[in-house]
Design a protein. Structure first.
Length: 117
């Protein structure tokens, strides 16, 4: 399991989670603004479908990261033993891994171009 926060120690884990969450919020705002702009201006259905696929992948990816970072940030408020702390971090990492792994399924189910390749 990918465990991104394992390279950080003590307060660095919190700073990583908070700064990554801020980056995710900014990315989400940019994607929403781009989605609105494209939805209003693109008249070709094929381009809309391609962008919809990209948006779905981004939603799952950002959701996985955001969930993991939220769980890692709440770890500081919990008093866990060494083994329980490791289990909690591994559990939190599952969401980012799912967000990354689900990309294939989204591409395959929503994109005819991907299925043809």
């Amino acid at each position: 399991i990918c465990n991104m926060s394992s390279v950080f120690h003590d307060n660095a884990v919190s700073w990583w989670a908070y700064s990554s969450a801020a980056v995710n919020v900014v990315a989400f705002v940019v994607y929403v603004m781009t989605w609105r702009l494209i939805r209003e201006t693109i008249e070709v259905e094929n381009l809309r479908r391609i962008f919809r696929t990209i948006v779905l992948v981004t939603i799952f990816d950002l959701s996985g990261w955001a969930t993991t970072q939220t769980l890692v940030a709440t770890q500081n408020f919990l008093t866990l033993s060494g083994q329980a702390d490791l289990c909690y971090i591994c559990f939190a990492s599952i969401f980012v891994n799912l967000g990354i792994a689900v990309k294939f399924l989204i591409y395959y189910s929503t994109s005819t171009e991907y299925r043809k390749a």
